[in-house]
Design a protein around this ligand. Structure first.
Ligand code: ZN
Length: 78
């Protein structure tokens, strides 16, 4: 069976929300913000869906990991 190519969503270049708004501070204590970047299973969302640049995605991931250790965010959600 021939593989069907999936229809690709049009790629829109999204500006990094953290570069765009310097008042947004990535911090492990800023749970409200970090929660927006984990999915329903408590995984860190990909750059594709977060829209963050490499630098900020890295900081985001580190902040989320820190917050998890401090039990501010869950490791896994069922
Ligand atoms: Zn950025």
């Amino acid at each position: 069976m021939a593989k069907k190519k999936k229809a690709k969503k049009p790629l829109k270049k999204k500006e990094c929300p953290f570069c765009k708004d310097p008042s947004l501070v990535i911090d492990y204590k800023n749970v409200e913000l970090l929660q927006r970047y984990i999915n329903e299973k408590a995984k860190i969302v990909t750059r594709r869906s977060s829209g963050a640049c490499a630098k900020h995605q890295r900081r985001l991931a580190n902040a989320i990991k820190n917050a998890r250790i401090l039990a501010l965010l869950p490791f896994v959600r069922r």
